[in-house]
Design a protein around this ligand. Sequence first.
Ligand SMILES: Cc1ncc(C[n+]2csc(CCOP(=O)(O)OP(=O)(O)O)c2C)c(N)n1
Ligand SMILES: [Mg+2]
Length: 417
Amino acid sequence: MPGRASPTSRFPQDVLAGKAEHSVRSVATLRPRGVTTPDEADNEEAARRIDEAEKIVVLCGAGCRGSVELLVDLSDRLRAPLFHTMRGKDLMPYADAHWMGGLGMIGSKPAYDAVQECDLLLMVGTDYPYSNFLPSKGNVIQVDERASAIGRRTETALGVVGSVRPALAALNKRVSPKSDTAFFYKVGHARREWDEMLDKQGDVMRSRDKIHPQAVARMVSDLAKEDAVFVFDTGLNTLWSGNWIRQSGQQRILGSFNNAAVGTALGQANGVQALDRRRQVIALTGDGGFNMLMGEFLTAVHHRLPVKVVIFDNKAFGLITLEAESLGILPFRKAIEFPNPDYAALARACGAQGFSVHNPALLEATLIEAFACPGPAIVDCVVVADEMPNLPHVELDQVGRYAVARIKEAVAAVTGG
Ligand SMILES: Cc1ncc(C[n+]2csc(CCOP(=O)(O)OP(=O)(O)O)c2C)c(N)n1
Ligand SMILES: [Mg+2]
């Protein structure tokens, strides 16, 4: 797909049932996407700017798939931390010292700080959309085979139009190695401290009587197979899954990351599972998202797709509360909050297995049992509804607005208003 728009195909039945009389010659001309070789002059200029810079950060997007060893090589040569976009997260193991985490809300303060502090940000294979996390002073080199992506999100000093692999190979050949490791280790240290905070937030026994959503994501991560496929839905749950899953490097993370369409995780999980029935496929979804397209669970049962559905059950469109609060608007709770069905009973009524867990002490055992089911299963994880996500980068005035919204809510709670 040259433009990479989300494709929609509809075929009339008679087309599907029709028989081609001749072989189709043009099939032979279909090839996987070709490689775009960057311009030599651009490679030279990129290498020159890299050589001039001291502190370099690399932001890696989904376009880096298939080029991981070149990224590591570049990171070693430049002593440059590698950060990733959401779609890039699964490219390398969480534990790899080069792979310092995400940028943005699915990301950390150390990533934000490093990007703001660096002399040069190299954006590779990404159309990362959150401009307020990117530098605004133009110290950016962007490598992308889509010329249209270059300079689209922030001011860019140099655009290299080309596929990631040849571009990285060209840079690795040209750049002079750097010896100063101070920035790399400083960022690495900050990242480890951030991770320790995540560990605490994701500790299943943080509260004795309630499950925090971070613990659900972390437990799923700890129990998943080395090559599991996680499919995320959209909402607050994307933040829990995105920040607390520690990917192995062989696992895949999929989701509606460009469109942010709520309710799509289970349908995607079914599709992935249909391609490989032996691979562990885990859909992580909010309750709102699951409710929107819960019929997909019948598809899983019908086609014997052993997907596992983990529901973050907060009885609300959680992210919408936060969106309202960030604008200083009182959330319209009648529309945001809703009752849920008994998901475990629903799973059984569909002919599958269902589990429900409220007690943090039982979370691990419940997930182990559910993941061991040979067929599809739902795990209803009843989680704390008012958990706040970390805000690696929040403008002070936004913090102010949160506070205003909280005060308005407190007043409303007291006055009934
Ligand atoms: C198809 C679609 N409808 C609505 C939205 C707007 N939206 C974004 S997040 C969200 C809330 C999702 O709620 P839930 O699945 O319960 O997840 P939570 O935020 O509670 O984790 C909504 C409605 C969207 N992105 N896509
Ligand atoms: Mg919800």
